[in-house]
Ligand binder design. Sequence first.
Ligand code: PLP
Length: 414
Amino acid sequence: MTALPRTGRSWSEIKSSLVEAKSKDYGWREGRLPLYVYYNDEELLRVSKEAYNLYFSENALGRRAFPSLVQLEDDVVSMALSLFRAPSTASGTFTSGGTESQFLAVKAARNKAKADSPKLRSPNIVVPRTCHPSIDKAAHYLGLEVVRVPVTKDFRADVAAISKAINGETIMLVASAPGYTHGVFDPIDRLAALAEEKKIWLHVDACLGGFLAPFARLEGYPIPDFDFSLPGVASLSADIHKYGFSAKGASVLLLRDAQLRRYQRFEFRDWPRGVYATDTFLGSRAGGAAASAWAVMNYLGEEGYRRIARRIMDTKEQLAAGINALPGLEVIQPSELCMLLYRSYDADLDINAVAEGMVKRGWFVGRSIEPEAIHFAINPVHSPILDGYLRDLRKAVQDAKEQRLVGKVDEHTY
Ligand SMILES: *Cc1c(COP(=O)(O)O)cnc(C)c1O
């Protein structure tokens, strides 16, 4: 067990320990990771870091102490509202990440449902099986049940099955744009119509692709409507710390109607310090995250995000072509936006053995269980490393096939 050192050490000594420790991790700058770090280039990273550092010590809980931070958050939320075609009645909150945005959506939906129908006994949320677990996490904390409904063959929400799963206690539906598991868009137009008909809150989880899909659409890729342009969409979450390329700690939760915000808020006054009211789950919050998001969004602008979107889509197409050219491997369709999954179609080639071969060659590998596949979220940083990745993949495939290797299913790729 390590105890706090009795006397402090010098920064230079500490810094070398940290640099040394880091060298054991996977190199995201070298494109070794298919998830966790969203990296474009050093220039954008510098903007993000310097902006973060300017607000390194500021605390976004202190709204009266740091009016400039309130303004930065309002600007970021406004930019997001316009990006997702929100009506003038809409409102939003800057949050620390997708999990917090999803939590706040679930809390607001729950509190509204309880206010509207005090007789609810055990309220539930109906979601496709591919929905992100942050919804279950929120439901767990908020005392709600989640009903997961099987998806169609193309990994999309099955609208008929979801409609059947809805009962008198259903307070919310969730759809992904796109989902993390297979990277496809749920049929949000039809789910929005269903939600309107049944008068149920529909939340759109655009955490992953929210800051990519609108720009891919402008670049001519076929992106279905998923935002507030569909009247049945009550709320939407989108992470700026993913394809928005800001420092981690940045997401937004947007509500179609600012009136709904009271259901999201927590207010308390029964202590000796007066009113404590927040719209977020967190109390103290890093000011740097909002400054980074604001700076990166202003630095890139629509043009910058469009350039990045094109680069990501080009990189994905090149990687897909390279994988499909390898014997025994195929990219799973549909493959929309930034996510690519590939599997083996050869009975003598085990995809888990291929995955282990890639790990052995220094690549962090994301795994899908249903279906068994390798799971890759494309980033701009992957463009220059494609050749090296495909070279190693060819070798991993050869080894697995020639030596008849059988790998283990790995359920713990996080
Ligand atoms: C990442 C992600 C989340 C959760 O976001 P965190 O920032 O990890 O908390 C939710 N939904 C989807 C689709 C995601 O990709």
